[in-house]
Design a protein around this ligand. Structure first.
Ligand code: WT7
Length: 655
């Protein structure tokens, strides 16, 4: 059942660096799990010794969930880029590190060997230094999915600057908020990005963001789409010109900055149940080891394999499983600029065939959408190279799981359903491909080092199997969130206060009779739309910023492709009904400006009132039932200030 890549033969004689900790049997998993629980420090220090360090750590772990304090490998010194690049050079300098598939299938692709990627990263690191960017500075990266995005990210890490990658779909306002929160000194961007048939004017969005964000001194622009951009003297510079200048100056090599294990590596903004996205901070050593360990074990990566993660580097999945996990393991990572449906819905399968992809890691929303386009896009494509299929981002429904298994995997390729979060750095609960059992719609078992517990609303721990509750983790793993940038209290409040002594994930979860975990979705006010995390409060703030909107309430509803759609109930001043369609468009445009197109509600219902308690709290439970069309199940409305609003909302419900 478990296929071995043909390329393995080339490598079989050389002992690979992760051999000692790659779990290859169910028994080995059980043993590793037990060891990781009984003596976490010995377990992780053994694994950490496989990496390259400037100075060994003094102690392995210090933690206190009360104060959201976790440190791993304290006193150790390293640079993550030496682990992702330099250490592979002696044996694998000419191995492909990164393969880039452009948006337009007829444009030339790009392959960078480890030697080439290393050289590019060092040169660009010199560009950063030469422009006054130094260790500890925050650098925002807003680019399309092109090799320069990986180079920019790694170059920041090379010099110890903290990168904050922002997804290309966020608006100028969202970028400005993030730039300001991080007090970023520089932005790295492109003139534009290609996404299917569209070109996104990234630099122009940055120009708008910079009207409001004043900490930024330098903007480095990579010319990719060759669309016209404005360049501001004294601030904006061209990537290519700067790189050429490094050649002229002979600034070709760049020693890696020696960093503390607990120095921050990056900030990644993510939504929560309050209005403002928070900057999740990961530190270097623990994150690196977690990304590497999970990559090697969950996907059962073998030397020589091609790994294709379809996520965007603007999300944590791209950070951990396009860049840091694969590169730290010496793998070949495939980066795709485009979208799954361009020029047609067979694009993923074409890429798998073209590059003989071994590991494919994608999201349920992509699977569901491609499923709808029909099997004719899959038929005739040779996908025999596949050894692992992965899924992440939201619960996968059985139908999508079966299609992935039957149509893509031909029932011959293990599927890993990987549950994790921006805050966890890497995968926490998943089967190990071909090693531990898979079960449709179940993430199954915790990785070594991960100690899940289920609790009820009151925080009582639910023991035994066959129980459902809120998913918490009771012990730190190396990749756990370290803080929320600039506001540690918020980190404590959000993750470590709901249940005493536990990290709270915000997810609901079932542990079945056999002890396998199934994540059932968020239990807080966070939506998961096409695998994108969006806070309802954030969308409400955006809606409320529209002049005509008096008040709004946002809930999720089941959506065939996106998993969840956004349903907005809006109290609108005056007579929205006279020009409903135009008003809706105005409101949608406002949300696009405030957050980005990804947060646009699918449905906007104009209402006269919202169901509120006497103390003025909106009863979202009722609105959720209405949005989900569970009208027979609305429950008690007698505590409402005005129960009649519910009937009115039901009458006006949008199908
Ligand atoms: C939330 C985290 C982790 C990278 C992508 C999203 C949901 C994620 C699964 C899965 C069920 C999943 C959870 C989680 N989620 N993976 N395999 N099964 N739900 O990262 O934006 O931080 O979102 O995504 O609800 O809390 P994120």
């Amino acid at each position: 059942m478990h296929k071995i890549c043909a390329c393995l033969t080339i490598f079989e004689k050389t002992k690979f660096m992760f051999q000692s900790y790659q779990i290859q049997s169910k028994e080995a998993y059980e043993k590793a799990y037990l060891n990781s629980i009984q003596d976490p420090e010995a377990f992780w220090s053994e694994i950490a010794s496989n990496f390259s360090w400037h100075k060994k750590w003094d102690s392995v772990l210090e933690w206190d969930f009360k104060t959201a304090h976790t440190q791993w490998f304290i006193g150790g010194e390293l640079n993550i880029t030496e682990n992702c690049l330099d250490r592979h050079l002696p044996d694998n300098k000419d191995v492909a590190a990164l393969i880039w598939e452009p948006n337009d299938p007829s444009s030339p692709n790009v392959t960078l060997t480890y030697g080439e990627l290393h050289a590019e990263v060092m040169k660009f690191a010199n560009v950063l230094k030469n422009n006054g960017i130094k260790k500890g500075d925050r650098v925002c990266i807003y680019m399309g999915m092109i090799p320069q995005l990986a180079i920019a990210t790694l170059a920041c890490a090379r010099i110890g600057a903290i990168h904050s990658v922002i997804f290309g779909g966020f608006s100028a306002q969202s970028i400005a908020d993030r730039l300001e929160d991080a007090a970023a000194v520089a932005v790295i961007t492109c003139d534009g990005a290609n996404r299917g048939a569209k070109t996104i004017p990234l630099k122009s969005v940055i120009d708008d963001a910079l009207v409001a964000a004043h900490s930024v001194k330098t903007v480095i622009v990579y010319a990719h789409t060759h669309t016209a951009v404005s360049m501001h003297k004294g601030r904006d510079i061209w990537w290519d010109e700067e790189m050429n200048r490094m050649d002229e100056l002979g600034l070709i090599t760049c020693d890696a900055e020696v960093m503390d294990a607990e120095d921050p590596l990056f900030i990644l903004y993510t939504s929560g149940s309050t209005g403002k996205p928070k900057g999740v901070v990961h530190s270097i050593a623990g994150y690196m080891i977690w990304a590497n360990y999970t990559f090697v074990n969950v996907f059962q990566y073998q030397p020589g394999q091609i790994h294709f993660c379809t996520a965007d580097i603007g999300w944590i999945t791209g950070h951990s499983y396009i860049i840091y996990g694969p590169l730290s393991a010496g793998a070949t990572t495939l980066m795709f600029e485009g979208i799954p449906t361009y020029p047609n819905a067979g694009r993923f399968w074409e890429i798998v065939e073209k590059y003989k992809v071994n590991i494919l890691y994608t999201a349920p929303t992509a699977i569901r959408s491609l499923m709808c386009f029909g099997e004719e896009h899959v038929n005739g494509k040779n996908m025999d190279s596949l050894t692992v299929l992965g899924t992440v981002g939201e619960p996968i429904n059985e139908e999508a799981w079966n299609w992935y298994n039957e149509v893509i995997g031909k029932k011959n390729v293990p599927i890993v359903d990987t549950w994790w979060q921006t805050e966890t750095g890497g995968i926490l609960i998943s089967n190990l491909a071909g090693v531990t059992e898979a079960k449709a719609t179940f993430a199954t078992l915790p990785l070594p080092g991960v100690q899940p517990v289920l609790v009820d609303e009151a925080g009582k721990v639910l023991e035994g199997n066959g129980v459902s509750g809120n998913l918490c983790i009771q012990f730190p793993w190396p990749g756990i969130i370290r803080t929320t940038f600039g506001d540690h209290e918020r980190c404590i409040q959000t993750y470590f206060s709901t249940y005493k002594g536990l990290y709270f994930t915000g997810d609901g979860c079932l542990r079945d009779e056999n002890g396998l975990y199934r994540i059932t979705g968020r239990v807080d006010d966070v939506l998961n739309v096409s695998g994108h995390r969006i806070g309802t409060a954030e969308v409400e703030n955006a809606l409320n910023s529209h002049t005509g909107v008096i008040e709004s309430a946002v809930v999720g509803f089941p959506h065939d492709i996106k998993g969840q759609g956004i349903y907005a109930f809006v109290i609108y001043q005056g007579h929205a009904e006279d020009r409903e369609s135009l008003t809706r468009q105005d409101i949608l445009l406002t949300v696009t400006r405030e957050i980005g197109a990804i947060a646009k509600p699918d449905k906007i219902q104009f209402v006269k009132g919202l169901p509120k308690t006497r103390s003025g709290k909106i009863m979202r439970r009722i609105l959720r039932k209405i949005a989900e069309n569970e009208l027979g199940n609305i429950g008690d409305t007698s505590t409402l200030l005005d129960p009649s609003v519910v009937d009115e909302i039901i009458v006006g419900r949008l199908a």
